[in-house]
Design a binder for this molecule. Sequence first.
Ligand code: F3S
Length: 80
Amino acid sequence: AKFAIVDIETCIACGACGAAAPKIFSYDDEGLSYVLIDGNTGTKKISRLLVDDLYDAYEGCPTDSIKISDIPFNKEPTNV
Ligand code: F3S
């Protein structure tokens, strides 16, 4: 299983991740990206059907702000 988060300390709101993976990423009022399914907490598995899109976004992020792990991140939500 894959879990993902966006590091909003380094995200520059470029918008590439949502273009590559619109079912995974959305943006807050400032344009900062977050993972939709779990409020950017890294607690819910990314659907296997979306993992290719996840890696496209990961590779396309200009600031390496997308983090992927085999285990949950268990972060506080950032889209509130
Ligand atoms: Fe931010 Fe990277 Fe997406 S800079 S908007 S996480 S592509």
